[in-house]
Design a protein around this ligand. Structure first.
Ligand SMILES: CC(C)(COP(=O)(O)O)[C@@H](O)C(=O)NCCC(=O)O
Ligand SMILES: [Mn+2]
Length: 926
């Protein structure tokens, strides 16, 4: 191994230095095959699948504490009710013991909407290191509330009101009614059952109160329906980033709502009937109008006229309808012509169902499809028009539509939008809500006192889309299934249905006439997913410890994603990349769990689940909110965790750490023999070169089969000559070393967002950190909270630092000062007990478990560390390119990455694969 046989770590005298990168598509060969003779064995030993190594040990052999992102659910005795081959079978989880804190219901005329909150187990381990870091960073443990707010998840479930018993069974089987309702302390024991109270709104809260008492022994506390609708809408609009969207001619676009400029607005809730509410603030509203022609009318009339059995079936029929056979159109009156003088196209509906007067036809002569579409258009236009007239009445520009009538149905939304646009001549805007049907239930939920959720903000909420009940849109009740065997067999049985479902996305090109009418409904796909809206609602995770990164110059304008996936070609490309990577990822994941049969089943289930997500998003990219590459990469990690793969690259990371730590001492010696300027350049080159160790890049993974870690590292260093494609090194050098004899002040505190394990962190970022420490700058290493690909985590870093510190005084003293060596180190370089005169080296977690980082949601630890920082260093493709490439900071920023993807290199830096980015941005003038 290099360093051990006398070769220079930096590649001087390197015997493979003449080897060239070859950027041809199929051959990312860095190392000539002949040169590889003799290293094959070592190579495969380094990178072979670690079958049979299922242990959960860290580098030091200690057990790893897994901070799983979900508590385990008891799925024993879970069963499918009825025929499991049915389209929407019901699954009950009789022994599920999720820790339910609050349950709220909206019992409407057609549907029961149920929301419940399950707490996270408090898994935070407050070790000595964390305590020291907290002390250093001045983070107090005091809570601004008089009672704790723990993280947890909010689940959304619905039932047909006609099947109330199913709802009661569900509540009972999951013991939702025995929650810790109104307990001032969430960790106290549940109250006595006989006093249990459930908050509920909607007419059914009155109608079915006795039944709830009889069946569940709980009292229903009724909440006013309008209060609840408004509270629910206000909560969603303030707390969920991608909640409201416009939908015009099949095009969905999320609208950023400014919390300080939300009121007044018009809320139109389309349930069985329609309520039109002017909202002026929290709890300040007036029901200004309404109409009895609503969802109930569509369903009621539709059922009579078409003999459909369900609302969804009726809606599905409309997808194939042609309302022109039954509606009287302008063209029917004007001999096929537009009535252009008043802006009406020939296809505009002059009179809904108007043709039925003149035709000598009976009901049976009309196609049910046409009737359904005609009804849908009639009701949607009418609601849109009445809503607009009310908006006009009060001078309101924004109209939010909610209620389960909409069901995420593209054509319904287009029709309403069209009516608002047409009558307001573009002055008013119709917006829709992703949680459209849950406003009332959410409001009832918000009415519980002391759950402490009222002042939660956007950054406290993370929406996840686990596989399970909501995904297939079946009547599968309960939270997304918790995990393991039942879940896997569920996946095996049902995921196929999930991928078969066709989303209500526009299939036909936009077809307006320009004169105020659709020629063809632009959003009518061939088929309609039966339960469109359920698919668009995930599980809301409340993470009260998340904060906005304080060093962002303009958090409101901040967009983490660099690549715009609304470009369909781009979307297709990245979907292909992720799909093609899947078999390799599954191999690694299964191997990380010892390759046993259970792991293989889980691996298969993961692959199906993730592919189903991709298929779903390919159909409707905005299904889960605004989609960026970072979301896709995070979704993959979440999906792995869902199938209990907590660290697929664990063994690989461990090997790479060990190999890199073995050569670190030699590297440090070499660096120390250099003058300041050469050293700084060498350090930055080192970071860029070592970023080649990326198991998420197809090209890099191919490389690893051709060389050992150290060979690849040295080769990469040798190819690291400047100019780099984006090269601000001279600016950075001037800031660090000064010019014309002037010595600049060192930075006070630098935040180093580290990326991959192994050479990347050990031979790249740690030596850079050491240089900063040497200059008197405090260094905070910022690492992932949860594993993602081969990224190093905050939990793993202290051991790595401790190992490195054994051979370096600067690191040792700084690590001691930063509380990293509390009990990890015994052998110091000089055998002495460390003194803490050094500036500290600290480690904080970033709050995420993805290769990218959204700086709107970071850990409170990181937010605290940022307060005194004057330099941010973002490293790696995920953190510095896919996300944050365009982010602007209040302090200086250095973005370092090797571009390990040809397409990204062309797009971002007009370069080629393996080009490097060194972007330095000075602090904006204050
Ligand atoms: C997942 C990654 C962002 C990780 O890169 P890193 O942040 O470790 O530098 C990157 O490997 C990536 O974008 N991979 C997909 C593209 C590809 O395989 O070419
Ligand atoms: Mn990485």
């Amino acid at each position: 191994m290099a360093g051990q046989n006398g070769d220079s770590i930096l590649g001087i005298d390197d015997k493979i230095e003449d080897l060239q990168y070859n950027n041809n598509n199929n051959s990312n060969e860095v190392i000539d095959r002949e040169e590889l003779v003799g290293i094959g064995e070592e190579s495969s030993a380094c990178y072979k699948n670690n079958q049979g190594e299922g242990g959960e040990k860290d580098m030091a052999g200690n057990s790893i504490h897994r901070s799983g992102s979900r508590p385990q659910l008891d799925l024993s005795k879970a069963e499918i009710q009825g025929n499991s081959e049915e389209r929407d079978p019901t699954i009950l989880l009789p022994n599920q013991s999720d820790d339910i804190s609050h349950l709220a219901l909206d019992i409407g005329g057609s549907l029961i909407k149920l929301i419940y909150f399950s707490r996270h187990e408090d898994q935070s381990v407050e070790d000595k290191r964390k305590k020291t870091v907290k002390e250093r960073l001045g983070i107090s443990n005091g809570n601004r509330r008089s009672y704790p707010v723990l993280g947890g998840r909010l689940h959304f479930v619905k039932f047909e009101t006609s099947k109330l018993n199913e709802c009661l069974d569900f509540i009972s089987s999951k013991q939702l009614h025995r929650g810790r309702i109104d307990s001032p302390h969430w960790n106290s024991e549940p109250p006595a059952n006989e006093n249990a109270v459930i908050k509920a709104t909607g007419g059914g809260a009155y109608k079915f109160a006795d039944l709830f008492k009889e069946r569940l022994g709980v009292s229903i506390e009724k909440e006013d329906e309008m209060d609840c609708l408004v509270a629910g809408a206000n909560f969603l609009l303030k707390a969920i980033r991608h909640e409201a969207f416009t939908h015009m001619e099949g095009h969905k676009e999320f609208v950023q709502i400014d919390h300080n400029d939300l009121f007044p607005y018009l809320l139109v809730n389309i349930g069985s009937g329609v309520s039109i509410i002017k909202v002026d603030g929290d709890g300040k509203f007036e029901r200004v109008s309404g109409t009895n022609v609503g969802g109930g009318t569509y369903w009621g009339l539709g059922r009579l006229l078409t003999k459909c059995n369900s609302f969804d079936e009726l809606l599905e029929l409309s997808q194939r309808g042609d309302n022109g056979t039954i509606d009287m159109l302008v063209g029917d009156i004007y001999g096929g012509m537009d009535y252009s003088k008043i802006g009406l196209s020939a296809s505009t509906i002059a009179s809904s169902f108007g043709k039925a007067i003149s035709d000598k036809k009976e009901l049976e002569d009309y196609r049910p499809e046409d009737i359904s579409l005609s009804l849908l258009r009639m009701i949607s236009y009418n609601i849109g028009q009445i809503s607009y007239l009310n908006a006009l009445r009060f001078g309101l520009k924004r109209i939010f539509f909610g209620g389960f009538f909409i069901r995420g149905h593209a054509y319904t939304m287009d029709t309403i939008s069209f009516a608002v646009q047409f009558w307001s001549q573009g002055e008013a805007q119709a917006m829709f809500l992703r949680h459209e049907g849950y406003l009332g239930a959410l409001g009832a939920f918000m009415s519980y006192h002391k759950h402490g959720l009222d002042d939660l903000m956007v950054h406290h909420l993370v929406e996840r889309f686990p596989m399970g009940a909501p995904y297939t849109g079946g009547r599968i009740h309960g939270p997304p299934l918790g995990d393991l065997n039942e879940k896997i067999s569920w996946m095996e049985k049902f995921v196929q249905k999930g991928t078969e479902i066709t989303a209500p996305v526009p299939m036909a090109p936009p077809g307006t006439t320009g004169l105020g009418g659709f020629e063809v409904p632009s959003s009518r796909g061939a088929t309609l997913r039966s339960d469109a809206s359920a698919l668009n609602v995930g599980v809301l995770h409340f993470v009260p410890t998340l904060e906005v990164f304080p060093l962002l110059t303009n958090p409101k304008m901040y967009e983490p994603n660099t690549i715009d996936l609304s470009d369909h070609k781009e979307l297709e490309y990245w979907f292909t990349v992720l799909s093609e990577h899947l078999p390799d990822l599954v191999d690694k994941a299964v191997a990380s769990e010892g390759g046993i049969d259970d792991a293989k089943r889980r691996g298969d289930a993961f692959a199906r689940a993730f592919s189903a997500h991709l298929a779903r998003l390919m159909e409707e990219p905005a299904a889960y909110g605004k989609l960026g590459l970072a979301n896709l990469l995070e979704l993959r990690e979440e999906c792995l965790r869902e199938f209990q793969f907590h660290d697929a690259y664990r063994s690989i990371k461990q090997r790479e750490n060990e190999a890199s730590l073995a050569v670190l001492p030699d590297l440090l010696v070499e660096l120390d023999h250099m003058d300041e300027e050469t050293r700084l350049l060498t350090l930055i080159e080192g970071v860029l070169a070592a970023n080649i160790f990326d198991w998420g890049s197809r090209a890099c993974v191919e490389l690893y089969h051709k060389g050992t870690i150290i060979e690849i590292y040295r080769m990469s260093r040798n190819k690291m000559q400047r100019p780099w494609r984006a090269n601000d090194f001279d600016l950075f050098k001037e800031r660090m070393l000064g010019s014309e004899g002037k010595k600049p002040k060192p930075h006070k505190r630098a935040l180093l967002f580290v990326d991959n394990s192994g050479a990347d962190v050990v031979l790249g970022m740690l030596p850079l950190a050491r240089e900063l420490l040497r200059r008197g700058t405090e260094v905070v290493l910022v690492a992932n909270s949860l594993p993602a690909l081969n990224d190093v985590t905050a939990m793993e870093l202290p051991d790595i630092v401790a190992e490195a510190a054994k051979h370096c005084d600067i690191l040792r003293r700084a690590a001691e000062a930063g509380g990293l060596l509390v009990d990890a180190m015994t052998n110091t370089l000089d055998g002495s007990k460390g003194n803490s005169s050094s500036v500290p080296l600290m480690v904080v977690e970033n709050g995420c478990g993805s290769p990218c980082i959204d700086l709107r949601q970071v850990s409170s630890e990181l937010a605290a560390a940022a307060k005194n920082a004057d330099l941010v260093i973002l490293e790696g493709m995920g953190r510095a390119l896919h996300t944050n490439f365009n982010a602007r900071f209040k302090c200086e920023a250095l973005k370092l990455a090797m571009v390990k993807n040809q397409r990204l290199a062309e797009k971002l830096i007009k370069g080629k694969i393996y080009d490097c980015v060194c972007r330095y941005e000075s602090a904006p003038a204050s």
